[in-house]
Design a protein. Structure first.
Length: 289
């Protein structure tokens, strides 16, 4: 009887150890799952800054009104100086937004709230393209716009592309070009900043920049419309929390194809003005420039 009991006790010890091991492993797995679920919860439950309140604040509205006046005046001045070009219309998109800059796990880190007004003036013209590019360059210089990159004028960019035999169109440049120099359609784009500024426009600073794009068929000029082209229309940003203060867009593709029926060249002049920035929930809107 005693011998029999001893055998049962010895055989039960390994089984008991295995149960403890399984329970410990199960506990570790549960702890890891709970930790992962908590991190996912923190990721999904990230409340962004109140973009709407910032956009509707009196200071932002004051800065926005100043940006609207400034953009309108600059584009009107440019249109008057380029009297040989035919105005096709102006696209205007004005919005405030922020983005989550952190990785999937951990606390949220939101980018500064940015309010940006994007105005695109579309022009059509004909004539000797070399003369027109010189006229564009002279007008931009007179109105104190500069580009620090090389080639830094429309004329220099056209000359450089012609000499290298490169294809100005973005799609063809990705495929490579074997055509002789000067055989490709004009498709130029250059970004300018005010001559009084030293640097380009950083994300968290106030500032203004100008993109000038000139194209001939079949190229479509590049334009900073502030919207996303989708299925022949311009859609609002997919970024959640974006607040629109003005939405009067024009689709560059549609404007250009219509203009090409009666003119040889199309220009898209994009004026992008970041007029308000809030880096923290308690920061105030800087005064308009």
């Amino acid at each position: 009887m005693d011998h029999s009991s001893g055998v049962i006790s010895q055989s039960g010890a390994p089984a008991h150890g295995r149960i403890v091991t399984v329970l410990l492993a199960f506990g570790v797995v549960c702890a890891l799952i709970l930790c992962a679920l908590w991190q996912i919860h923190r990721t999904l439950d990230r409340t962004p800054p109140n973009v709407g309140a910032f956009a509707r604040s009196p200071a932002t509205r004051t800065a926005d009104a100043a940006a609207a006046r400034k953009s309108s005046a600059r584009l009107t001045q440019l249109t008057s100086a380029l009297a040989w070009a035919v105005p096709l219309g102006t696209s205007t998109v004005d919005s405030c937004q922020t983005q989550n800059q952190n990785s999937f796990f951990g606390p949220a880190h939101w980018a500064p709230i940015n309010c940006v007004r994007s105005s695109v003036l579309y022009l059509a013209f004909d004539g000797d393209i070399r003369k027109r590019l010189h006229q564009f360059d002279a007008t931009l210089a007179e109105q104190e716009w500069t580009s620090g990159s090389y080639p830094n004028t429309l004329t220099e960019m056209a000359t450089w592309l012609s000499q290298t035999g490169g294809d100005p169109s973005p799609a063809a440049s990705q495929q490579g070009s074997t055509d002789p120099p000067g055989s490709q359609p004009i498709c130029l784009s250059t970004v300018y900043i005010p001559a009084t500024k030293q640097h380009s426009l950083p994300y968290d600073r106030l500032g203004i920049r100008l993109r000038v794009a000139i194209a001939e068929q079949p190229c479509i000029p590049m334009a900073d419309t502030g919207g996303t082209p989708v299925d022949g229309t311009l859609k609002k940003s997919p970024i959640g929390g974006t607040v629109y203060l003005a939405w009067h867009p024009l689709l560059t593709d549609a404007v250009s194809r219509s203009a090409y029926t009666g003119h040889h060249y199309v220009a898209a002049v994009s004026l992008v003005d970041r007029y308000a920035v809030q880096s923290t929930p308690t920061a105030s809107v800087p005064p308009p420039a």
